[in-house]
Design a protein around this ligand. Structure first.
Ligand code: GAL
Length: 397
């Protein structure tokens, strides 16, 4: 069913030819000084869903450090839905599920901070969380009517990142912009720097108010662990890539690398496309049992250099489907160029300097093979099915 819906959506995007950037970005970005580059970290949802507890979260903190992920830039460790107690405290304060977090959220937050990481949590503008609506998780822990109180609680717990998820809040009379802006203001009033990540539905078109309200916003429904989902999300996000800029980012959802549903080539493409899109990089797998090959992909220096570039300008399409050539300007007069082969057989992909709009002499380095050299007339490579190549081009004087 899900596949059918995605296929239909995909067909619509293809038919309408919405593959190029559509002009200048609107509105000022939220001025909280945060997320000047796309946030990086880990989130519990893709791998654990509702099944989280303090031991798993601490294990992830340990693994983030042990695997060098923190040092590579993955700093926010975010606990998604299903941390909440069924009821608020008598004074109306939010509190945690005592079986899952017997030592309490403040202690967990201290642990995460002691590892040099930052702490993220999950909340909702309506009466209930998604898991409380769709998965039978007990309680009604949404922030409606408690926004300032909950923001103060988060700040007191040492929260550095809040994922605020719509989840049918319209059923409780909440209006999108007002609901999300209320928590933005409540977070600001705490005086604690807290990255603000929102998920409104439907995710597109991107309303003008997003950048003034949030540091990042979801561009599609939930990702799942398959090439079909990764490719579909990239296709839905590229046409709106121009909305991203420092402090305000499109969020095509968390990574699935390491969860088993993507082969090596597809994992490389996932990392390449997210880096070209200047996407937040939230790992979504069990870091304790991460394979060296997957670790190498998510720690790839050149891919991270592209993703985290301080210009914060996401890619646009130069040509192609089912083979994409994308280009993204970088600081230091460099450019990122990517090839992605969405087809099911290997394909030779090429692009000339002229097609890229580049004059003069350029050298290239490819991120995942380490291949480097001068760009002659064209950049060309045979790319395996579902695979990608990611190049950084530097000018030769
Ligand atoms: C969804 C959201 C997921 C996850 C889930 C939790 O709305 O897109 O990323 O947060 O809710 O229930």
């Amino acid at each position: 069913m899900r596949k059918k819906i995605l296929a239909a959506l995909l067909a619509t995007v293809l038919a309408t030819g919405l593959f190029t950037s559509l002009g200048p970005a609107p509105a000022q970005a939220l001025d909280n000084g945060l997320a000047k580059t796309p946030p990086m970290g880990w989130n519990s949802w893709n791998i654990f869903g509702c099944d989280i507890d303090q031991w798993k979260i601490k294990g992830m903190a340990d693994a983030m450090v042990a695997h060098g992920l923190r040092d590579a830039g993955y700093e926010y460790l975010t606990m998604d839905d299903c941390w909440q107690a069924k009821d608020r405290l008598p004074n109306g304060e939010l509190t945690w599920n005592k079986e899952r977090f017997p030592d309490g959220i403040p202690a967990l937050s201290r642990y995460i901070h002691s590892k040099g990481l930052k702490f993220g949590m999950y909340g909702n503008p309506g009466k209930a969380s998604c898991a409380q609506i769709y998965r039978g998780y007990p309680g009604r822990s949404g922030s409606l009517g408690h926004e300032y109180q909950d923001a103060r609680t988060y700040a007191r717990w040492g929260v550095d990142y809040l994922k605020y998820d719509w989840c049918r809040a319209e059923l409780n009379g909440v209006k999108g912009e007002q609901g999300f802006a209320l928590m933005r203001d409540a977070l600001k009033a705490t005086g604690r720097p807290i990255v603000y990540s929102i998920h409104y539905e439907p995710e597109q078109p991107i309303p003008d108010w997003y950048p003034e309200v949030a540091n990042l916003w979801r561009t599609t429904g939930d990702i799942f662990d398959s090439w079909f989902s990764v490719a579909g999300i990239a296709m839905f996000t590229l046409p709106i890539a121009h909305h991203s800029r420092p402090g305000a980012w499109n969020d095509p959802d968390m990574l699935e690398i390491g969860n088993g549903g993507l082969n090596y080539a597809e994992s490389v493409s996932h990392m390449t496309l997210w880096s070209m899109l200047a996407a937040p990089l939230m790992l979504g797998n069990d870091l304790r049992s991460m394979k060296p090959k997957d670790l190498a992909i998510v720690k790839n220096k050149l891919a991270l250099r592209v993703d985290q570039d301080r210009l914060g300008q996401a890619a646009r399409k130069v040509k192609g489907f089912p083979q994409w050539v994308l280009i993204r300007p970088l600081t230091n007069n460099q450019w990122a160029v990517s090839f992605t082969n969405f087809g099911a057989t290997p394909k030779r992909i090429s692009v000339t300097l002229e097609e890229l709009g580049l004059n003069g002499k350029w050298k290239f380095k490819e991120a995942f093979t380490g291949r480097s050299g001068m760009v002659a007339e064209e950049l060309a490579e045979t790319v395996v099915a579902h695979g990608s190549s990611l190049y950084v081009l530097s000018k030769v004087k």
